[in-house]
Design a protein around this ligand. Structure first.
Ligand code: MN
Length: 711
């Protein structure tokens, strides 16, 4: 059991000038407040605040934090109030205790919506004073240690919350030992069977593992001695939860002691870290691609080390971390290692990256109104497994694992993201969904006319890219539908000799909008553009001779198809619409537009069999508006004699006509004919007709056919 003396001793270890009488006063205050209270374990309640305060000293925290640890449950569980704490201990400590009390009341694992609300509250508390979260983490740590006294349902609930929120928070704040303990404790209650199997295995193999660890240690030690390098070398079994994750994710076998053992080498200086790495690689063969330099590129939580994997004496894989003693301290203590103890001075670490993260989360808390978006972004950011990539100028950018060139572009600037069409990684063109690796140099290719695509949401990994793309799509979709809806209404009114402009001016349009429960004229236009209402429906009172059509019930999703396609609607040009997949129109085809429910304007060729299935009311006359740089996909089926060189002749003709081939498939038939399916990019019907003619001239060609729709 922890006693007051243990706490005092610990504080003096790292803070010799600490205000010890304050700690003693808090101890007495807490003892009085909790007098007669018993924990579920049967112990006196005071044990709990003592344990919490002791954990805070393990984190090397300042006196106000330790005192708050002693007092953290007094408001909650006894007759004490904030005012009384303020009178005794001052405003700073009263605020801290109050903050911890408030987050303790937050139920994180309730229904989805209230849960998000609660995360927000937690972040607000954290934004006032980060120490609130540190006290809360210490509180949770002891509660996890004594979880066995609660009901199984409660155990699982608290364990899940700890694994989902508190362990990642500890990791984010760089307190590795606490993260590890919280994970293992949660694992014990969430997957008791798996926990026990792994625990037993590790115990069983203890002897065997120790022999092996000593063997490897000796080899390293002797080699280092030859070079007069002084180092602390240690080996240990990995943590239970991290072994479990490796079993699930990588199929690691726990019978294999090598896979669950890790080594650590600690030296005095950064230079020695690299020396040690060189020596290790000289006698144990390194495994390619398994080295990472987190010294040159520290992790977001300030963690620094060299990581490598090598082949050991039995051909087994050995994981080794190399770091200085100072780096080790930071890896264990995280945020607290940067704490400054100056009398009366509030902790200030504006330059620290951990604080950059906190500030960012707090900003989102203000910016993101939508709960689900906020949650998604908060979660992404709790698990920062990062890659480090370079700009063409050589600046380092840190991105989460799985980030793509699109994430990179948005990380640099929203406009770079919006205009991004392609990327070169290390000088080579890559697809936009390419997963960046540490060390990649990324050069973003842009086109000023380019727009973000909804598809990007399927692969981007950063919260920033997601937010910016969504934002763009929302604005773009709305603008597009406003433009379309307005045009349709204007056109319909003109048919009946009614001036749109004067109706707009007199408020007539606004009245129509209100009738259909829209707030503004633009909302009405958007509604018509989306296909929520037809023009005739909204104009039924203005144009009374038309019979009233029934209201469209279906709620409308979005206009899809961000592909640039230019179609004119009676004088309005440059409208981006969707080309029907069933008939793939290209410029030169005779076309007709339909307002489809939920999808805005879709353009079909006149001959498309689907045209007859649409409502006449939704029909719109459209024509092509040519733009030079736009291409349209066309499928060609080419049949010819099965002879050598035929395919290459076809391809040569296409490329000399500067036609891009999207895909090509060829097949030999038993009747000595060959069939080729080409998907190519065409700018206009005339170009296609010319191409078909030249292909037909090739010797042995039997037929060339344009295929519509998906084959
Ligand atoms: Mn507590």
């Amino acid at each position: 059991m922890v006693r007051l003396n243990d706490i005092v001793e610990e504080i003096l270890r790292y803070n010799p000038n600490a205000d010890i009488p304050m700690v003693e006063k808090a101890y007495i205050f807490s003892a009085k407040a909790h007098k007669g209270q018993i924990r579920l374990s049967g112990e006196p309640y005071l044990v709990h605040p003592l344990e919490v305060a002791y954990t805070l000293t393990r984190m090397n925290l300042d006196v106000p934090s330790v005192v708050s640890g002693l007092l953290h449950d007094t408001i909650e569980d006894s007759y004490v109030d904030k005012k009384e704490i303020e009178d005794y201990f001052g405003k700073e400590i009263a605020e801290l205790v109050d903050g911890v009390t408030k987050i303790s009341k937050i139920q994180l694992m309730t229904s989805e919506d209230s849960r998000v609300e609660n995360y927000r509250k937690m972040i607000l508390a954290m934004s006032k004073d980060i120490r609130v979260i540190l006290v809360k983490l210490a509180d949770r740590f002891h509660n996890m240690k004594t979880l066995n006294f609660l009901s199984p349902v409660k155990q699982k609930e608290i364990a899940r919350e700890t694994l989902d929120i508190y362990a990642p928070l500890a990791h984010r704040l760089g307190i590795e030992w606490l993260k590890g303990e919280l994970e293992d404790e949660s694992f014990k209650y969430l997957k008791p069977d798996e926990f026990n199997v792994i625990k037993e295995k590790i115990a069983q193999k203890k002897k065997e593992r120790e022999v092996y660890i000593n063997e490897v240690k000796e080899i390293i030690k002797n080699r280092f001695a030859q070079f007069e390098l002084d180092a602390d070398i240690s080996g240990r079994a990995k943590r239970l939860y991290s072994i479990y994750k490796k079993m699930v994710l990588e199929g690691v076998n726990i019978d294999d002691i090598y896979d669950i053992t890790a080594f650590r080498i600690m030296v005095g200086t950064v230079k020695e870290c690299y020396e040690a790495l060189g020596y290790v690689h000289a006698f144990f063969r390194p495994i390619p691609g398994k080295f990472s330099d987190h010294i040159a590129l520290p992790k977001a939580n300030m963690y620094q080390s060299l990581h490598t994997k090598v082949m050991g004496p039995y051909g087994e894989k050995i994981e080794i971390q190399i770091r200085t003693h100072e780096m080790h301290k930071i890896a264990e203590e995280g945020i607290a290692a940067h704490w400054k103890y100056k009398e009366g001075k509030v902790f200030d670490a504006k330059e620290d990256r951990i604080f950059a993260w906190l500030r960012r989360v707090i900003e989102w808390q203000h910016e993101l109104k939508d709960n689900r978006e906020f949650m998604e972004i908060f979660k992404i950011d709790l698990f920062p497994d990062e890659v480090y990539v370079f700009t063409p100028k050589g600046d380092v950018r840190e991105l989460p694992k799985g980030a793509t060139p699109v994430d990179f572009a948005y990380a640099i600037h929203s406009q770079l993201g919006n205009k991004c069409v392609g990327a070169k990684v290390n000088g080579k063109l890559v697809p936009l969904r390419y997963m960046l690796k540490s060390g990649d140099t990324v050069d973003i290719q842009t086109n000023p006319a380019h727009k973000p695509s909804k598809d990007w949401l399927g692969f981007v990994a950063t919260s920033k890219a997601k937010t910016k793309i969504r934002q763009w799509i929302r604005t773009e979709q709305r603008e597009r539908s406003i433009e379309l809806g307005k045009t349709l209404i204007e056109k319909e009114l003109a048919k009946h000799d009614i001036s749109f402009a004067s109706m707009l001016k007199s408020g007539g349009i606004l009245n129509i909008a209100k009738e259909h429960s829209f707030e503004t004229e633009d909302d009405l236009f958007a509604g018509v553009g989306y296909g929520l209402y037809t023009v005739l429906q909204v104009l039924s009172k203005v144009i009374p001779e038309v019979e009233k059509p029934s209201k469209i019930k279906s709620i409308i999703s979005t206009i899809k198809g961000a592909r640039d396609t230019s179609v004119k609607i009676e004088g309005v040009d440059g409208l981006v619409v969707k080309l029907a997949k069933c008939c793939n129109p290209i410029p030169g085809d005779r076309i007709i537009g339909f307002i489809t429910r939920g999808r805005g304007l879709t353009v079909h060729v006149n001959e498309c069999p689907n045209v007859h299935t649409f409502d006449e009311q939704r029909k719109i006359n459209v024509s092509w508006e040519l733009k030079k740089d736009l291409t349209y996909p066309v499928k060609l089926k080419i049949l010819g004699d099965d002879r050598k060189g035929l395919l290459s002749e076809i391809s040569t003709i296409m490329s000399s006509a500067k036609i891009n081939i999207l895909s090509a498939k060829a097949m030999s038939n038993p009747d000595k004919s060959a069939a080729g399916m080409y998907e190519i990019e065409i700018t206009h019907m005339s170009q296609l007709q010319k191409l078909i003619k030249s292909i037909q001239k090739i010797k042995g060609i039997r037929s060339v056919e344009r295929i519509r729709g998906t084959v």
